[in-house]
Write a protein that binds this ligand. Structure first.
Ligand SMILES: Cc1ncc(COP(=O)(O)O)c(C=O)c1O
Length: 414
C-alpha cells in the first residue's frame, strides 16, 4: 500500500466530511460510482465508436458504451430517431470545443453569455481557446434576466454561426425558446450547455432545451451526481460532424471506466429517488436565498430559481477573496465569483453558493436556516470563523458521507 498517498487521500476524505460543500458545480458520488469508475474497465483502449473500433477486444466495452447512450437518451425522453448522443468527451470544456469545431470553422463567430454575467469560460471568454479560435461576441444580463433585446441586436449585427445558451453562475431559469427564435432568425446553430442544470431538466424542474436546440452539452458530475465527464446530444443530422470532431478530431481513446460510471448515473436518474433529490436541491436553494435576504444579504438578480445563488458582497464592504477565506476558516466552502459590475476576474465581488452537495448529504430547509445564520455571524456580525467551525463540524457529523467504508475496504484488501 502506498502509505504516503493513502494518508493524503484520508485527509481529503476527512476534509470533505467536515466541511459544508457549497460550490454549486461540486457533488458527492456514491460508493457504486467509486467502484465502477475504479474498475478494470480503465485498462481498455477503445478508440472509435461501438462496432467501429480501432482496437480488438471491445465486445463488452461496446455493450457499456451502448448502455450509457441508451440511458442518456431515455433520461431526457429523447426519440433515438431524432437525437444522437456522444458519451466520450473527457469533460465539459473539451465537449464544448468539439461541438464548435465540429459545426463551424475557426475564425467564424460564436455568441455566449459574458463570464462576469454568469457564462462559462468555454462560451467564448477571451482567455479560453473558444474565445481565441473563434470571433467571440458576448451578451449580458440586464436587471434580472438575460438581455434578449441586446442579444438579438448583436446577433443581427454580427451574424454568429453558433449561439450558446448556458450558465455557470446565473441563478435564473433560461428561456430556451427565445434563444431558438433568435438563432433561427440569423441562421445560427443553437447550442445549449446544461452542465449545471442537467439534473433539474431531467426532473422537469427547469424547462428542457431539447425542443429548441440543435446540440445540448452537459457535464456529468454536477447535479447529475455522476463521475467527472461530459456528454453531447445532437440532432441526428449533426451526428457525423460532431462524432468526428470528438474522435479523431480532439480525443483519442475514450475513458471507458468513466463511461460506465455515466451509464450508472443515467440509470439512477430514471428512478423516483432522483426526482425527489432534485426537488430538494431547489427547495433548499430557495430557502437558503430567502434566509440570506432576510438577514440583509443582497443576491445577484434578487434571488434564485435553480440550485445556486450569488451574494453581492459590495454592500457589505467585502470582496470575494476575503469572504472565501473567512468562510473556509469556518469549514464553509463557497467560491468567489465575478459580478457584472466587476472589472477584473482576480478580485471579484461575489460569492457563489449552491445546494446540490449538501442536499445529497440529507440536509433540508432546517439546515438552510442554520447555514444562513453562519453566513450572517461570519460576514455581518463579524464573529470569529474559528468559533463557528466547531458548530459546522457538529452539523456535518449529523449527515455522514459513505467514504469511510470505502477507505476501510481499501485498507483491508490492499
Ligand atoms: C456551463 C459549464 N460548461 C462547461 C463546464 C466545463 O466543464 P469541465 O470543468 O468538466 O471542463 C462547466 C464547468 O464548470 C460549466 O459550468
Amino acid at each position: 500500500m502506498d502509505k504516503k498517498l493513502w494518508q493524503i487521500i484520508e485527509k481529503e476524505i476527512k476534509r470533505q466530511e467536515e466541511t459544508l460543500e457549497l460550490i454549486p458545480s461540486e457533488n458527492f458520488v456514491d460508493l457504486e460510482t467509486l467502484f465502477i469508475v475504479g474498475s478494470p474497465l480503465m485498462n481498455k483502449y477503445a478508440e472509435g465508436y461501438p462496432a467501429k473500433r480501432y482496437y480488438p477486444g471491445n465486445k463488452y466495452i461496446d455493450e457499456i458504451e451502448n448502455l450509457a447512450k441508451e440511458r442518456a437518451l431515455k433520461a431526457f425522453k429523447l426519440n433515438p430517431n431524432k437525437w444522437s448522443v456522444n458519451v466520450q468527451p473527457y469533460s465539459g470544456s473539451p465537449a464544448n470545443l468539439a461541438v464548435y469545431l465540429g459545426l463551424i470553422n475557426p475564425g467564424e463567430t460564436i455568441m455566449g453569455l459574458n463570464l462576469f454575467h454568469g457564462g462559462h469560460l468555454t462560451h467564448g471568454h477571451k482567455v479560453s481557446y473558444t474565445g481565441k479560435l473563434f470571433n467571440s461576441i458576448q451578451y449580458c444580463v440586464k436587471d434580472k434576466g438575460i438581455d434578449f433585446k441586446e442579444l438579438e441586436k448583436l446577433a443581427l449585427e454580427y451574424k454568429p454561426k453558433i449561439i450558446i445558451s448556458g450558465i455557470t453562475a446565473y441563478p435564473r431559469t433560461l428561456d430556451f425558446k427565445k434563444f431558438y427564435e433568435i438563432s433561427k432568425k440569423v441562421g445560427a446553430y443553437h447550442v445549449a450547455d446544461i452542465a449545471h442544470i442537467s439534473g433539474l431538466v431531467i426532473a422537469n424542474l427547469h424547462p428542457s432545451p431539447f425542443p429548441y436546440a440543435d446540440v445540448v452539452t452537459m457535464t456529468t458530475h454536477k447535479t447529475l451526481r455522476g463521475p467527472r465527464g461530459a456528454v453531447i446530444f445532437m440532432r441526428k443530422e449533426l451526428e457525423e460532424k460532431i462524432n468526428k470532431s470528438v474522435f479523431p478530431g480532439l480525443q483519442g481513446g475514450p475513458h471507458m471506466h468513466t463511461i460506465a460510471g455515466i451509464a450508472y448515473a443515467f440509470g439512477r436518474a430514471l428512478k423516483k429517488d432522483f426526482y425527489n433529490y432534485q426537488k430538494q436541491i431547489v427547495k433548499n436553494s430557495k430557502k437558503l436565498a430567502e434566509e440570506l435576504i432576510k438577514r440583509g444579504f443582497e443576491l445577484y438578480t434578487g434571488g434564485t430559481d435553480n440550485h445556486l445563488m450569488i451574494i453581492d458582497l459590495k454592500p457589505l464592504g467585502l470582496d470575494g477573496k476575503t469572504t472565501e477565506a473567512l468562510l473556509e476558516r469556518a469549514n464553509i466552502i463557497a467560491n468567489r465569483n465575478s459580478l457584472p459590475s466587476d472589472t477584473s476576474p482576480f478580485n471579484p465581488s461575489g460569492i457563489r453558493v449552491g445546494t446540490p452537495a449538501i442536499t445529497y448529504r440529507g440536509m433540508k430547509e432546517k439546515e438552510m436556516i442554520e447555514i444562513a445564520e453562519f453566513f450572517e455571524r461570519i460576514l455581518i456580525k463579524k464573529e470569529k470563523p474559528e468559533k463557528i467551525k466547531k458548530e459546522v463540524i457538529n452539523l456535518t457529523k449529523k449527515f455522514p458521507l459513505p467514504y469511510r467504508k470505502w477507505l476501510r475496504m481499501a485498507n483491508k484488501i490492499l
